[in-house]
Design a binder for this molecule. Structure first.
Ligand code: SAJ
Length: 402
């Protein structure tokens, strides 16, 4: 079996490697020549623990090779980004370009799968595109949608062990895609149709966004009411059927903060709760920045000098070095822009340097600061004791009691 992965990014590359390790002959295609060269040299261009040695193994054995253009294979996987254009309108042009690139390679009996997060209806739209260019293949190739749901940092395990949802444009396509994924997936492969599979991916991440928005809204209410939101949620979660997530300084990353817009763009009148959740989570970051600014102003009024401020965390979530769509980064930037003379120390223990922010060691920043702003619940921050001589704004629950 020969498979072609279009896109060697955060999902395409690990999936190509795992498939190659399980006996599939894999051609990995990327438009970026640096990615192709690095991959063939056995060097990872993404950060994922444990994956580089696996890459070297499959390159050495010849099971995986990277190239710039697709080649004749038996199965084709679209694993390219779906960014936005304009005001949060999903842009499927990369999926379309990847599809157009494989159309000349397709032959009877082949499998074509989209893994990229996509608006509902994309798979059927790509099927129409394929058959308009190659009408003789109608009913003779298999077309399906199969989203990934892996957690960055735990990709090797989750690619194999997570359940997956697989939706073909017809039953035969679903069967064919299930047969492919069962070569390396040990989780259950759940069958459905293409549209449901597309919506399932968007639903999973929107569900999490809505739940976090609920926690973030509670945190703003609790601040006004003088209630500790961490204690409140812990107590509410003692109810056997309540499981509230935790507030933070907003929602970041490339999935939860992005995918809900794929629903709101296509169903604006119907997706009121999903759209509000996005607004609330974005507003939470703005609210945190305002609170830091107000606290700094009050300090200056009380002490007749500017405060030293420690901004604790830049990453989009705890214990990672990924700054994509990071609410902490947004808050720090906004605060810095509003008070250019202030002494603001930026802390991110998971990276060694940053091209915009000068980084300070977390212990040093904490010791020196008058105001400590806890933005990301990184483990090292939890070792810092609460000190009454400092103003501590704990947006991420470092000091919450369990
Ligand atoms: N967050 C909170 N409160 C919480 C949980 C998270 O504020 O209680 C924040 C985080 O700090 C972060 C954001 O939400 O800023 C997103 O973090 P996350 O851990 O929910 O999600 P990601 O983006 O790292 O990965 C998610 C995963 N989805 C879920 O956990 C439901 C992963 O399984 C998906 O495969 C991935 O998105 C994806 O690619 O869609």
């Amino acid at each position: 079996m020969k498979a072609c992965f279009m896109g060697l990014g955060y999902i395409g590359l690990p999936t190509a490697i795992i498939a190659a390790k399980h006996g599939v002959q894999v051609t990995g295609v990327d438009v970026n020549p640096d990615v192709v060269a690095k991959t063939n040299a056995g060097k990872l261009h993404i950060i994922e623990p444990g994956l580089e040695s696996m890459l070297q193994e499959v390159i050495a054995s010849g099971a995986l090779k990277a190239v710039g253009k697709p080649e004749i294979c038996d199965a084709y996987f679209m694993v390219v980004p779906t960014p936005f254009k304009g005001d949060h309108e999903p842009d499927t042009s990369y999926v379309e370009a990847a599809t157009r690139a494989v159309i000349p390679c397709l032959k009877e009996g082949d499998l074509y799968v989209i893994e990229s997060t996509s608006p509902v209806g994309t798979t059927e739209q790509m099927a129409r595109l394929i058959f308009s260019e190659r009408p003789e293949l109608k009913g003779k190739i298999y077309i399906a949608y199969c989203p990934e749901r892996v957690l960055p940092g735990n990709v090797i395990y989750e690619l194999v062990h997570n359940d997956r949802v697989i939706g073909g444009i017809d039953e035969a396509s679903t069967d064919k895609a299930i047969a492919f994924y069962s070569q390396f997936v040990q989780g259950t492969l759940h069958r459905t149709n293409a549209k449901t599979a597309e919506m399932c991916k968007l639903t999973e991440n929107s569900s999490r966004d809505v739940q976090i928005a609920f926690a973030n809204e509670l945190s703003i209410i609790c601040e006004k009411a003088g209630i500790n939101v961490w204690e409140l949620i812990t107590l509410a979660n003692k109810h056997p059927r309540v499981n509230i997530l935790w507030p933070g300084c907003g929602v970041g990353g490339h999935c939860i903060a992005v995918d809900p817009y794929f629903i709101t763009a296509d169903f604006p009148a119907e997706s009121k709760l999903i759209a509000s959740a996005r607004e609330i989570n974005n507003y939470k970051s703005f609210w945190c920045a305002e609170k830091v600014q107000r606290t700094m102003l009050q300090f200056e009024l009380d002490h007749h000098r500017k405060p030293k401020v420690a901004m604790m965390g830049l990453a989009f979530k705890p214990n990672i070095d990924d700054l994509r769509e990071s609410p902490a980064k947004y808050i720090i930037t906004k605060v810095m822009q509003s008070c250019n003379n202030a002494d603001i120390m930026v802390v991110e223990p998971n990276i060694t340097s940053h091209n915009v922010f000068k980084l300070t060691d977390y212990r040093e920043a904490y010791d020196r600061a008058d105001i400590v702003v806890m933005l990301v619940a990184h483990d090292p921050f939890k070792t810092l004791p609460w000190r009454n001589d400092k103003i501590i704004l704990d947006f991420c629950g470092i000091y919450r009691k369990n």
